[in-house]
Design a protein around this ligand. Structure first.
Ligand SMILES: [Zn+2]
Length: 262
C-alpha cells in the first residue's frame, strides 16, 4: 500500500483507496463547493498520466423531467490527453437537501456517475493502440449517461425491501451498465459503486482496531448482543455523517464480518 496507483485494476478495495480522494474533493452534496477538480493535484495518480484531466460536478436544471443525473465528457480534438468530465445532478434535489432522503439520493446519483467517470479512466489508461482509442471515442459519443428517476427508485426499493439478490440484476446499476468493453482489467463496477457508497475504510474510521478487538472478544465469549450493538453504533454514526442509506451500509458490512470475527 502507499501513495501510488498500484493495484487499482485488480482490487476493489485498492481502487477505492486510490480514487476516493477524487470523489471526496468533488463535495457532491455541497453545491457551494462544486468546482473543477484537476487530476494533476493527486500524487497517487501520477503514474497514470492523467494531468490533462479534470472533473466537475454541476447542479443544473436537467430539462428532461425524469432525469436525475448525467455523465458527459469532452475530449479535445486531436489531443486525447485533455479530457473534461462532467457530472450533472438535478438542481431541485439540492433545494431539499435538509431532507435526509434527498441527501442520500444525491449521494447515490453522484457515485453512480462517478463510476462512469472511472470506466472512462480505466479505458483511457488501458489503451495505447490508436485504433482501439478510436473505438472508445466512437462508443463514448453514443454513451453519455443519464440516470432516470425510475432506475433510482427501483434501486432504493430493492434495498429497503432487502432483496439484495435482485439488486445484482438491476439494469441501471449492474457492471455491464458502466462497462465500455475496452478498459482491460478493472474491478467489477457494480461492486465499486457499493464500496464508494460504503467501504470498509469508511466503517473503520469509527470501528477502529481497538473496537474490532473488543468486538472479536465479545463474539468469542458468546456475548453476541453486545458485539452487535458495538458494531451497530459505528455503522449508524458513519451512515449519518456520510449520507448513506442504512440498508446499503448493513449489506456492505456483512461482507467483512468474517474478517472481524477471525
Ligand atoms: Zn448510468
Amino acid at each position: 500500500m502507499g501513495g501510488n496507483s498500484l493495484g487499482y485494476r485488480s482490487s476493489v478495495e485498492r481502487a477505492v483507496e486510490v480514487f476516493r480522494p477524487v470523489l471526496r474533493a468533488l463535495h457532491i452534496r455541497e453545491q457551494e463547493k462544486h468546482t473543477t477538480i484537476r487530476l494533476a493535484q493527486f500524487s497517487q495518480l501520477e503514474l497514470l498520466d492523467l494531468d490533462g484531466w479534470s472533473i466537475s460536478v454541476r447542479a443544473i436544471d436537467l430539462s428532461e423531467e425524469n432525469c436525475y443525473g448525467m455523465f458527459s465528457v469532452q475530449i479535445e480534438p486531436g489531443n486525447d490527453k485533455r479530457v473534461k468530465c462532467f457530472i450533472f445532478i438535478k438542481k431541485s434535489l439540492f433545494d431539499s437537501l435538509s431532507d435526509k432522503e434527498a441527501g442520500e439520493r444525491i449521494k447515490i446519483i453522484g457515485v453512480h456517475e462517478f463510476c462512469h467517470f472511472l470506466a472512462l479512466l480505466y479505458a483511457m489508461t488501458a489503451l495505447s493502440i490508436d485504433r482501439a482509442r478510436d473505438i472508445l471515442l466512437a462508443r463514448l459519443k453514443k454513451k453519455t449517461d443519464s440516470l432516470n428517476k425510475k432506475d433510482l427508485e427501483e434501486f432504493e426499493r430493492v434495498f429497503v425491501e432487502k432483496n439484495f439478490n435482485e439488486y445484482y440484476d438491476l439494469l441501471g446499476f449492474n457492471d455491464a451498465h458502466y462497462r465500455l468493453d475496452c478498459e482491460g482489467d478493472s474491478p467489477n463496477y457494480q461492486e465499486l459503486f457499493l464500496y464508494f457508497l460504503f467501504s470498509r475504510e469508511l466503517l473503520e474510521t469509527d470501528f477502529t482496531k481497538e473496537k474490532q478487538k473488543k468486538f472479536r472478544d465479545l463474539v468469542k465469549s458468546g456475548r453476541m448482543k453486545e458485539a452487535a450493538s458495538l458494531l451497530s453504533v459505528s455503522i449508524t454514526k458513519m451512515v449519518s455523517e456520510k449520507w448513506v442509506k442504512h440498508e446499503i451500509a448493513v449489506h456492505q458490512v456483512q461482507k467483512w464480518l468474517s474478517v472481524y470475527v477471525r
